[in-house]
Design a protein around this ligand. Structure first.
Ligand SMILES: Cc1cc2nc3c(=O)[nH]c(=O)nc-3n(C[C@H](O)[C@H](O)[C@H](O)COP(=O)(O)O)c2cc1C
Length: 197
């Protein structure tokens, strides 16, 4: 059984990033039919921003008791994490960045406390934007990679789908939808090759 956590990072449901996420999951299921998918929609979750209290430097855990404690659990149960996000002001949406910042405790755990890293996981990043230039995608991807690495996740598969603004724009781009399905399949193939399966 392959366990995938699918993070739908947009504030808008059934928009362009949700659509490419769904296609990627289809590609994953095609390669690994026994896949169990858990969805995570950060928008609207009662997650407090990191308050930089640095308590995690002593324990490797976040002391803030809110919804994020359940989110940590979802991440730890996943083998692969697939993130689909739009670009907002050259970065990820604010509600998603709040979630990302709360992974500071994993940074503390590894780099301050020298604890062994969490088990290796595979990440994947699908990014959509109104603009066509890959410039802001590259800086957003760097942010996402830095976040994923705190949780010992690599990001061997990532894609940028530009020129998408209105809800449904991506449905007219069969090339993007097909590519997202292929990206999902690629994730499983890479993970299998790495595990020697
Ligand atoms: C607050 C906000 C900021 C945005 N900033 C950018 C931006 O900096 N660059 C860009 O190309 N598109 C930007 N966009 C456009 C979205 O990336 C685009 O509409 C995308 O297709 C939305 O994806 P979704 O349908 O999954 O929500 C922004 C949209 C919003 C709502």
């Amino acid at each position: 059984m392959t366990k995938v956590l699918a993070v739908a990072a947009s504030a808008r449901r059934d928009g362009n990033s949700d659509a490419v996420l769904e296609q990627a999951l289809e590609g994953i299921r095609w390669e690994a039919p026994q896949t169990e998918v858990e969805m995570l929609v950060p928008y609207g979750l009662p997650i407090t921003p990191c308050r930089s209290c640095n308590a995690c430097r002593n324990t490797g855990r976040c002391v803030v008791q809110d919804k994020m404690q359940e989110v940590y659990l979802k991440f730890s149960e996943a083998e692969h994490v697939v993130v689909a996000s739009p670009i907002y002001f050259t970065s990820v949406p604010g509600h998603f960045k709040v979630l990302i910042d709360r992974f500071q405790c994993f940074w503390s755990r590894t780099y301050r406390l020298g604890k062994p890293p969490t088990p290796r996981r595979t990440g994947m990043f699908l990014c959509v934007a109104a603009g066509d230039s890959e410039r802001y995608y590259k800086s957003t991807l760097a942010l996402v990679r830095a976040w994923m690495s705190t949780f010992n996740m690599g990001c061997p598969v990532s894609r940028f789908y530009g020129g998408l603004d209105e809800k449904g724009d991506v449905l007219r781009r069969e090339d993007y939808l097909k590519d997202a399905r292929q990206a999902g399949a690629e994730l499983i193939q890479l993970a299998r090759a790495k595990a020697g399966r």
